[in-house]
Design a protein around this ligand. Structure first.
Ligand code: SF4
Ligand code: SF4
Length: 634
């Protein structure tokens, strides 16, 4: 007989390594202000939700990542082949719940739930699963973040978390687990519910297959039906103790002839399964944690699939699946959107253009905006976006477009004022440079910051060419030499320090060829830098042109601020007679505000009075009204 006090060391090490790693991330985030860990990045439950969302809408929302999907796929494979390995070895909530349960036992405060209450309470996790999936699939956002106790604590109650829900969940985990064994895991965890459904894989696969077949025949059936069928069916199978026959493949087996019926296994099982009474453990709660294998004093009495030497299979499988998930996460990415609008014949002959490094492609919204922009380009047949790597693929008709033409369509020309023009300046030195590794709007912002910090540049603009052309505007008397300019442009690290944050960006701009200097007038520079703003409102289109009048007011060019203009125009729109606005600059660099109005509804005196108000009344999206200081003086 062996000692029965042996610890299941591999499991203990794995579980507490996960907790230690999460604590390390938390401490690092606390100490390193510019480090923001994504605690949900590898959550398999988020992955299963993201996978479902992807199949239904062929798109991934911003909060859903391929890393989560990779982990979700590993979770599914793990459950089908082995068991709920994530629950047994990795889930931090499971580890803490088990530890709290042991505390409850030690201090004799734990209470055993009656069988009937146990069966009834088990329905709650299926209800939570249904609600979570329903809202996730409906909104394309991970609903579980609102109440997930792990996410709430790990993220420090981020904005996604609903405090009320999260505090209830945390109480259920902490207080519940001390009093009732694995209270959260057994009765509330939606990941536990989906894992149990996946254990009955024949049932789960039949429901999903039936739904797919119905959809293929063209019948519009809401996902609510298969979701409800899975949740209700899963609960009923658990309620009536549905048998797990072939799947999961790995099961605990007991050799009755060598078993002494000491019942240590039943007492040690965290899931309170009566292992000593079974020949094969087919209980849905068994997660192959191996505690019973470790505690059994009789050699080869408890085994996996009646074979000796498989004792470490579950823990090894958990690690291998996790590592495969990680490798997949780093090497595989599902498109956030994958839209094709060309005909099948056009798509067959389509060429593909790939552009990386577009940091603006960072979520579902920016991906959709990009697709909409590309739909306007004749010859583009479809797009796919990859937000993790900020990459896009554009399918196009090679008879109409070329790679370069598509690049030109993707490119956003920009201009920026770096600093005010000093009074002493008579003319401007314009230096045209071509830059490699420069394409994205963020590249432009980084170069603007570099120039502000390291040069006397007044402004810059970018225009598409291969490579991209950047025109720098320097004071006419600037003594910045070509070598100095090259050094600034090819700076490798841009550091930004603010009061609270210190961050840095790795840069790889490369000056191609020789910069071309040229002198331009101050007026030409001002005209180049001027960004007009235009807006129409108050049903402008419903009025005939003959009913429109324009009030032209000269503005101070030093006060011109394109960011502030929408607020100013919102204030003007409170007068129902004002229907449009645009700003302009004349050939002598004078700035004008042009206000379009209906003279039967308002008049220029009243508009001008409004423009001179010290306070602007601004209408925000969602109907909110606010007051801000008017920075424009007339
Ligand atoms: S039966 Fe054994 S392997 Fe299954 S949960 Fe209980 S202790 Fe773990
Ligand atoms: S299988 Fe369970 S009851 Fe039988 S000897 Fe092992 S620990 Fe004791």
């Amino acid at each position: 007989m062996r000692s029965n006090q042996k610890k299941n060391l591999p499991r203990f090490i794995l579980q507490w390594s996960v907790i230690a790693f999460l604590l390390f991330l938390g401490v690092r985030a606390f100490l390193q202000k510019d480090y923001i860990p994504d605690f949900e990045a590898y959550c398999p439950f988020g992955g299963v939700q993201a996978l479902s969302s992807y199949f239904l809408s062929n798109s991934l929302a911003c909060t859903m990542t391929t890393a989560q999907i990779a982990m979700g796929i590993m979770l599914i494979i793990g459950i089908i082949l082995f068991s709920k390995l994530f629950c047994a070895f990795i889930c931090p909530i499971g580890t803490i719940s088990e530890w709290l349960g042991n505390l409850g036992d030690k201090f004799k405060v734990s209470i055993k739930i009656s069988r009937s209450a146990d069966l009834l309470l088990r329905s709650l996790k299926y209800i939570l699963l249904f609600v979570t999936f329903y809202y996730t699939l409906d909104s394309n956002e991970l609903f579980c973040k609102k109440f997930d106790p792990y996410y709430a604590v790990a993220s420090g109650f981020s904005l996604d978390v609903v405090w009320f829900f999260a505090l209830i969940s945390i109480s259920l985990v902490v207080i519940g687990s001390i009093i009732f064994r694995l209270f959260w895991c057994k009765y509330f965890c939606p990941l536990g519910a989906i894992s149990n459904i996946l254990k009955f894989i024949w049932f789960a696969a039949s429901v999903i297959l039936l739904y797919v077949l119905i959809r293929i025949t063209g019948i519009e059936l809401s996902y609510v039906w298969p979701l409800a069928a899975l949740a209700i069916g899963g609960y009923l199978l658990e309620f009536f103790g549905g048998k797990l026959n072939f799947f999961p493949v790995a099961k605990i087996t007991r050799n009755e002839s060598s078993c002494t019926n000491c019942r240590l296994c039943s007492r040690k099982c965290p899931q309170v399964i009566d292992v000593a009474a079974m020949k094969v453990v087919t209980d849905v709660d068994c997660n192959l944690c191996g505690e019973c294998l470790e505690v059994c004093p009789e050699k080869d009495t408890l085994q996996i699939n009646r074979r000796s030497g498989l004792k470490w299979l579950p823990v090894i499988a958990a690690i291998v699946l996790f590592v495969i998930g990680l490798i997949l996460s780093f090497n595989w990415e599902l498109p956030t959107i994958d839209q094709r609008w060309g005909t099948p014949a056009e798509l067959e002959k389509a060429a593909v253009f790939t552009q990386s490094g577009l940091t603006e492609i960072k979520c579902f919204g920016s991906s959709t905006a990009f697709a909409n922009k590309m739909k306007e380009v004749k010859g583009v047949l479809g797009v796919a976006t990859y937000v993790t790597t900020h990459k896009v693929k554009v399918l196009y008709d090679p008879a109409i477009l070329t790679d370069q033409k598509i690049q030109a369509e993707i490119f956003t020309p920009q201009k920026a004022v770096v600093r005010e023009i000093p009074d002493s300046i008579q003319n401007i030195k314009m230096v045209s440079c071509q830059l490699d590794n420069f394409f994205d709007p963020n590249d432009f912002s980084h170069l603007t910051m570099l120039l502000k910090e390291k040069s006397d540049a007044l402004g810059l603009e970018s225009v598409f060419s291969c490579p991209v052309t950047v025109r720098l505007f320097l004071p006419g008397n600037s003594n910045l030499k070509e070598s100095g300019l090259k050094e600034i442009i090819e700076t490798k690290i841009l550091r930004i320090n603010t009061n609270e944050l210190s961050t840095h960006f790795d840069l790889s701009f490369k000056l191609v060829g020789t910069p071309l200097p040229q002198t331009i007038s101050l007026t030409e520079y001002k005209n180049r830098m001027f960004e007009p703003y235009q807006s129409t409102f108050n049903w402008k289109k419903s009025y005939r042109d003959t009913m429109l009048d324009t009030l032209v007011v000269q503005a101070d060019p030093k006060q011109y601020d394109i960011e502030a203009l929408p607020y100013f125009v919102s204030h003007l729109s409170n007068d129902n007679g004002v229907v449009g606005f645009h700003s302009s600059m004349d050939s002598t660099s004078r700035v004008f505000f042009n206000i379009i109005f209906i003279d039967s509804l308002t008049n220029s005196v009243s508009i001008l009075k409004n423009m001179k108000n010290d306070t602007l009344t601004v209408n925000y999206e969602g109907g909110e009204i606010g007051k801000i200081v008017n920075k424009f003086k007339f």
